[in-house]
Design a protein around this ligand. Structure first.
Ligand SMILES: Nc1ncnc2c1ncn2[C@@H]1O[C@H](COP(=O)(O)OP(=O)(O)OP(=O)(O)O)[C@@H](O)[C@H]1O
Ligand SMILES: [Mg+2]
Length: 370
């Protein structure tokens, strides 16, 4: 049994409790308050939202992931998948489907799972009223039972060709559902603020902003030690605290590193500092080819900036030392490279500092180019 999980929503024994934030969310979910939940990548936004909804007895979770959403039809399909998952056994599924009859829905049983799935006619879903129709379907469910609606990676709505219109249609329905809590999750801060903080946006100031921070250091290290023990490894609390620091305490990265350490050791082994090189090799054996590809796609300047950022950190990127180490004397060239690297998603800027989005990519660059 693998004691660590990463890259997915974690539940049950894989989830480390965050009592304060769960309690705060619980209060808002029960009160029908809409929330924007923001935080860095892999900090645990999705897991926290799902857990907080499940904490409220009888509350149904309508979870809709909007990652990479391509069209309004895609939006409709994803909402309906969420509804099927929420209520596959309930009879009024049929009734609510009639609400979207204009989309010509087709219910078929999945061959493997036996659960119903809904497919819709792509052309009719391209109809301008399709978003309104599925929003009405959500409202119909909310009248029937208490639900909390979670839109994950909500900022991706902005990639739709007529994003403003889609947002306006969503908002027009949501504002009448005052007893239902909608939770909007997003990891790209500037795009989320485009939606919730821009005066011209239909969602302007429509939800309470809450940020997801790191998990309490004491609680998380205790949790991780217990997971190592469960996985039949010996480990000290100090070592685990050091691991957390190594990847900036980001839960997804911490779990990935722990998983690698667990994978390169055997039952009864002591997991300590000596095992870290092998663990990193293990991570690189899975991700190294992607890293190679990322690097190939960069210009020479961008590569130099990545190398120096990995070695010196990202606080004084325009200072002499940084420019000297990169061999790029023009500060605006450094800035330009960093802007592009941020656009691609390899780095981000937070609290006056440029950082690697993935600490493992940083370690790999240090090893490769350092
Ligand atoms: N409460 C938690 N306890 C233990 N591990 C956690 C917790 N929350 C997050 N993690 C770790 O982080 C990973 C990512 O979690 P999650 O998907 O919830 O984060 P996210 O912020 O939504 O990430 P993304 O930016 O990719 O959407 C999980 O797979 C798990 O390894
Ligand atoms: Mg997420």
């Amino acid at each position: 049994m693998e004691p660590f999980k990463f890259g997915c929503i974690v539940k049950d024994e894989y989830y480390c409790a965050r009592p304060a934030q769960e309690a705060e969310l619980r209060r808002h979910i029960v009160g029908g308050q809409n929330i924007v939940l923001q935080g860095e990548r892999r900090i645990g936004k999705s897991s926290l939202a799902v857990k907080s909804v499940h904490n409220v007895r009888g509350m149904g979770l309508l979870y809709v992931d909007l990652l990479g959403i391509a069209s309004p039809a895609d939006f409709c399909r994803r909402v309906m998948d969420g509804i099927v998952e929420l209520d596959s056994s309930r009879s009024f599924l049929k009734e609510t489907i009639s609400l979207i009859s204009s989309l010509r829905p087709l219910v078929v049983l999945d061959r493997d799972t036996g659960l119903p799935t809904i497919s819709i006619d792509a052309r009719s879903a391209a109809d301008p009223s399709s978003v309104l129709s599925v929003m009405s379907m959500i409202a119909a469910h909310a009248r029937e039972r208490r639900i909390c609606v979670v839109f994950d990676e909500f900022q991706d709505i902005l990639d739709l060709p007529e994003a403003g219109k889609t947002l306006a249609e969503m908002r027009s329905k949501i504002q009448f559902m005052s007893d239902t809590s909608f939770i909007f999750l997003g990891s790209v801060r500037n795009r989320m603020s485009e939606i919730f903080s821009h005066p011209k946006s239909p969602f302007f100031k429509s939800a309470l902003e809450i940020s997801v921070d790191k998990i309490d250091r004491g609680a998380f290290s205790e949790f991780l030690v217990a997971r190592f023990i469960k996985g039949r490894r010996k480990v000290s609390r100090e070592f685990v605290l050091g691991l957390m620091d190594r990847v900036d305490g980001v839960p997804g990265d911490v779990q990935e590193l722990c998983d690698a350490l667990w994978s390169v050791t055997d039952d009864g082994d002591v997991v300590d500092e000596m095992r870290i090189p092998a663990a990193l090799e293990y991570v690189f054996s899975h991700q190294g080819s992607s890293y190679e590809m990322y690097l190939k796609q960069l210009t020479l300047h961008q590569r130099k900036v990545m190398r120096v950022l990995a070695a010196l950190g990202g606080r004084h990127v325009l200072g002499f030392d940084f420019r000297d180490a990169a061999g790029i004397h023009n500060a605006s060239s450094i800035k330009k490279a960093l802007n592009r690297l941020e656009e691609i998603g390899h780095v981000y800027f937070f609290h006056d500092e440029y950082k690697f989005t993935s600490p493992f990519f940083r370690e790999w660059i240090l090893r490769k180019l350092g």
